[in-house]
Design a protein around this ligand. Structure first.
Ligand code: FAD
Length: 277
């Protein structure tokens, strides 16, 4: 029987020639797993805009389905329109629409357009050409005061025309199930695919989690600290924890998994193989 679950892999837009080569190599390795699509992040401040576009076009040229992430950032609508047209004519038919974060150094003067505005803009310009993914936050976005606020604004993005969602990463499956059930009660019926962040080192995951509002449960945090000086043990523990999380999510009806690969193939492959996918 065909597996209809949605599996996808995300790359960070490369900023150097070496990073470009690395992303291509990792893509080729992960493409063997026949994911539903790959996605490539976008720096709304401009730092990776060209890197995003070029990577998307290069990977799409290999026959993979590739979804660029996109935000208004500080750009005029005409700039985003031109980019959308370019993607459209290159045969790209999937996007991840985001508000993005204000880049450091830009200050608070830059107007931030919420993702629902971008989704509406894309639909108005290009109709149903693009399948649009949006972000979801089972552990609540750092700027939201409650899960009710989160669901309210999430619904606004869905009503604007989003087709599916990818969550911020989390290590607490209950947060996902509760968020999914609240969305269901609010009449939101699009697939909400959990974002999965492999764990390969302590300091990196700690810093990133603090920034994006993902909680590392105490029992994982303590154990990662204990294994900090033993990278192989830490990686094995991380892979075990994340595999268990994925198993629970899939058993609980998650429609698929979106892996934040951090531009490395091995951590994702390890979890993939553990899951027997
Ligand atoms: P929004 O949906 O606009 O929400 C942002 C906040 O505002 C939330 O607190 C929300 O509740 C609230 N809100 C939403 N709509 C409204 C409204 N209409 N009025 C008032 N408040 C509102 N960042 C990058 O820079 N580049 C990337 O490529 C990138 N990729 C990501 C991919 C995924 C799957 C995820 C989960 C996140 C990604 N991020 C990326 C991070 C993301 O840009 C940040 O989390 C950002 O702070 C919020 O973006 P959003 O699209 O969720 O914003």
């Amino acid at each position: 029987m065909t597996d209809t679950r949605l599996f996808s892999f995300e790359f960070s837009a490369p900023k150097t020639e070496d990073a470009v080569t690395k992303v291509k190599q990792v893509h080729d390795r992960l493409a063997e797993l026949s994911p539903h699509f790959f996605s490539v992040t976008y720096g709304a401040g401009g730092s990776t805009k060209d890197g995003t576009k070029q990577t998307v076009l290069d990977l799409a040229a290999t026959g993979s389905v590739v979804a660029p992430h996109l935000s208004f950032g500080g750009d005029e609508p005409e700039v985003i329109e031109a980019l959308l047209r370019e993607y459209q004519s290159a045969g790209i038919n999937r996007l991840v629409a985001l508000r993005g974060d204000r880049p450091s150094g830009i200050g608070s003067s830059m107007k931030m357009f919420h993702a629902n505005e971008l989704v509406g803009f894309i639909r108005q310009l290009t109709g149903d050409h693009f399948h649009i993914d949006i972000a979801a936050y089972p552990e609540i976005h750092p700027e939201s005061d409650s899960v009710e606020t989160e669901v309210k604004y999430f619904k606004q993005k869905v009503d604007a025309g989003a087709n599916s969602a990818i969550t911020q990463y989390f290590y607490n499956a209950d947060a996902y199930f509760r968020f999914r059930d609240l969305c269901d009660k609010a009449g939101i019926k699009i697939p909400i695919v959990p974002g999965i962040m492999p764990i390969t080192n302590y300091k990196g995951i700690k810093r990133f989690s603090d920034l994006c509002g993902a909680e590392i449960p105490r029992w994982i945090d303590k154990q990662l600290q204990a294994y900090e000086a033993e990278p192989d043990t830490l990686k094995a523990f991380g892979a075990e924890v994340v595999t268990d999380l994925c198993e629970r999510l899939l058993e609980g009806g998650a429609p698929g998994l979106h892996f934040y690969t951090m531009n490395q193939s091995l951590p994702t492959l390890k979890i993939w193989n553990n899951l027997g996918l």
